[in-house]
Design a protein. Structure first.
Length: 134
């Protein structure tokens, strides 16, 4: 039996299981951060793939990426600052976030507009739907 006995009679401490629980919790936190980043890719896939006017989801995607970064730092704190696995997970999440920002960056100048139109040459046009009324 691998349980440690405390100074009190019959009481068993769970100290050996605490690092394992923190590691499992950190893995779940990293998985959640990864899921948020992957959902951010799906939020603007139509805007990046097809020409035409689409709802501007750029600000929401930026907020999702900031949230994912905070969650990733929280996972690193849970896993421990010296954890190679934690740093590897943060590096992977950071690389995906950099790729996401690279694909989203051309449309960020339309931050305050409610609609974004992708032109045939790959550039983006910013439009407010209220301005299109006759």
């Amino acid at each position: 039996m691998n349980e440690e006995r405390s100074g009190k009679r019959g009481e068993v401490t769970l100290d050996p299981y605490v690092p394992a629980a923190r590691g499992c919790t950190a893995a779940l936190v990293f998985a959640f951060a990864l899921l948020v980043v992957l959902f951010s890719f799906g939020g603007t896939i139509e805007m990046e793939s097809f020409p035409g006017l689409r709802e501007n989801m750029g600000p929401v995607i930026v907020y999702m990426l900031v949230f994912a970064a905070l969650v990733g730092v929280g996972g690193l704190a849970l896993s421990g600052w010296r954890s190679y696995g934690g740093w590897a997970a943060v590096t992977c999440i950071g690389a995906l976030m950099a790729l996401r920002m690279w694909t989203l960056a051309p449309a960020l100048h339309c931050w305050s507009y409610d609609t974004v139109g992708r032109n045939d040459d790959g550039s983006y046009t910013c439009v407010n739907r209220g301005d299109m009324l006759p």
